[in-house]
Design a protein around this ligand. Structure first.
Ligand code: ACM
Length: 552
């Protein structure tokens, strides 16, 4: 296996002539230059597990040698292999780590196993020089742990998969109408009550079936510390999302006073068992702001990420319209209408986070102007310069934000919502959304058209989303993510061969090798061809929902 099979594709790679493979054996040492010790520890762990070799500490002349080279791009690396040494130089420890990830791919798929298959096997790295660096700094995956909970070990497993694909931002969607998943010391009912729902609609929004058993779970603060540290060792930032002011039914079920108590009976509210957008939204009161400040104080203690996501999407205004208190609040604040209340929430936490050295991230609804400002004003005018937009309803939000000088992360549902079905056939398990094939995802271009070069620099990168309404376990999430996450990884890591150009045939050729890596990693991906298990054994999961609209 050579650099020709790498995914994501590196910037440049060439074979060393004459061929001079490096042989990894019981005497191979691993030398870590200053600043690369953490990468060495991890590489020794993963390669030691896969090969059974000890990889003792070594020097700078032979064996595997890791070093920082400040002349390289921050996340860039140079991997040079000959028959004496494997040298990985990186612009930072992250760069060295991505180089080490490439080394693992060069060793062959078995290098991704957790135990040696054959203790006597010969491990060889082909003689190559690879020079590489990512196209974007935000190479993200959103994992929705609210709709279906992923226990901590599942999140760690997801981080391993991300690292193997050189993805570096895990956006954890921690709260929603259907569950609150983060322990908050000062507000224990958020998880004691908000982390559990009595039953779940089984499958699709239009499904007539219910799973009549409780679902739930949450991360303790120690779980989060473990996840954050595990991610940091892999040079992945964990961005927490705490939704407000919409998608808040679980929080209101736990603390009814957070809701619009004069418009609806929140005392009898339960964590939502259905899918869609709940009408239950936060009341626009000072008490609500204080409560969420206390939540965010704990969030900031746990998550070192410079970016903190506050949601901001899909907030119905109906309860604010019906609530005398919300209406009075609106007048008191001199706001033009209910839309402005949403902007008011977002601005408050933007300033609050900025004062603590963090940057607010919100879904593109935060662009909608509820401020009643003069023509042309957008809600962004009231935000600090650091606020970032996650552009999900297409590309327009990203374009508007970048033009206004704000950083954006491109998450368009039309291309990178990986909960959407990946095949037009009727046999996808719970086939929701539009068809997004592996090739569709591979053709995704993160920078939207119509931006100047300067505006395009505000595109920090892109993010794949996996919303888990219809994914009750790890295998289902694997199936939705893979193989498409491999294609996505290439769209955010690899530079295009030429503007607008992707070589699909070459990607498909490299995927043949990559499926073997996914096998070794234990990923339950969608098989590339042949009948799916559901086609052989049709049942509830495989049947399209009668009468369902095509895009749900
Ligand atoms: C979203 O899909 N509501 C961000």
């Amino acid at each position: 296996m050579g650099f020709e099979d790498l995914i994501p594709a590196p910037r440049t790679g060439r074979r060393v002539r004459p061929p001079a493979p490096f042989v990894l054996d019981g005497r191979t040492a691993l030398g870590a230059g200053p600043g690369t010790e953490g990468v060495a520890r991890l590489l020794r762990d993963v390669l030691g597990a896969a090969t059974g070799l000890p990889l003792p500490d070594g020097g700078a002349d032979s064996g595997i040698v890791l070093r920082l080279d400040p002349a390289l791009e921050r996340e860039g690396y140079r991997l040079a292999v000959d028959n004496r040494a494997v040298r990985i130089d990186g612009g930072s420890a992250a760069g060295v780590f991505w180089g080490a990830t490439t080394l693992r791919q060069l060793l062959g798929p078995e290098a991704f196993r957790r135990a040696p298959l054959d203790p006597g096997r010969r491990w060889e790295v082909p003689g190559v020089v690879v020079e590489d660096a990512p196209r974007f700094r935000w190479r993200g995956l959103l994992l929705d742990v609210a709709r279906h909970f992923t226990p901590t070990d599942g999140v760690l497993r997801r981080l391993d998969q991300m690292a193997a694909h050189k993805l570096n931002v895990l956006h954890l969607h921690l709260t929603d109408d259907q569950g609150w998943r983060l322990e908050i010391g000062r507000h224990p009912a958020l998880t004691a009550v908000g982390a559990w729902r009595p039953r779940t609609r089984f499958g699709h929004r239009a499904s007539p079936l219910w799973e009549e058993k409780p679902h739930g779970g949450f991360y303790t603060r120690d779980d989060i510390r473990e996840i954050v540290a595990y991610a940091a060792a892999r040079h992945i930032t964990v961005v927490p999302e705490i939704e407000l002011p919409g998608h808040s039914q679980a929080a209101i079920a736990a603390y009814p006073g957070l809701g619009n108590t004069d418009a609806v009976d929140t005392a009898s509210l339960r964590v939502w068992d259905d899918w869609g957008i709940s009408p239950h939204v936060l009341a626009p009161t000072e008490a609500t702001l204080r409560f969420y400040e206390e939540v965010f104080e704990e969030v900031l203690e746990l998550f070192p990420s410079p970016f903190i996501h506050i949601g901001g999407d899909e907030c119905p205004r109906e309860q604010w319209r019906r609530s005398p208190a919300a209406q009075a609040r609106l007048r008191e604040l001199g706001l033009s209408g209910e839309d402005a209340l949403q902007t008011w929430f977002v601005r408050h936490f933007d300033g609050w986070l900025a004062a603590r050295g963090r940057r607010l991230v919100g879904w593109d609804e935060i662009l909608e102007d509820g401020s009643g400002g003069p023509g042309g004003a957008t809600a962004l005018d009231g935000l600090t310069g650091g606020a970032v937009v996650s552009s999900w309803r297409g590309r327009a939000g990203g374009v508007a934000a970048a033009r206004a000088g704000h950083d954006v992360v491109m998450c368009p549902e039309q291309q990178v919502y990986l909960d959407h079905r990946q095949h037009p056939g009727p046999h996808e398990p719970v086939p929701i959304g539009q068809v997004r094939t592996l090739e569709d995802v591979y053709r995704f271009e993160p920078v939207p058209p119509g931006l100047t070069e300067e505006q395009a620099r505000h595109v920090l990168g892109a993010q794949a989303q996996v919303w888990t309404e219809v994914m009750e376990d790890q295998a289902r999430v694997d199936y939705q993510l893979f193989p498409r996450l491999a294609a996505f990884a290439e769209t955010v890591w690899s530079v295009l061969p030429a503007p607008g150009e992707r070589d699909v045939a070459d990607f498909e050729r490299r995927m043949a090798a990559h499926y073997r890596r996914l096998d070794a990693l234990g990923v339950a991906y969608r098989p590339p061809s042949g009948p799916l298990p559901w086609q052989r054994r049709p049942g509830v999961l495989g049947r399209p929902i009668e009468g369902a609209p095509p895009n749900v």
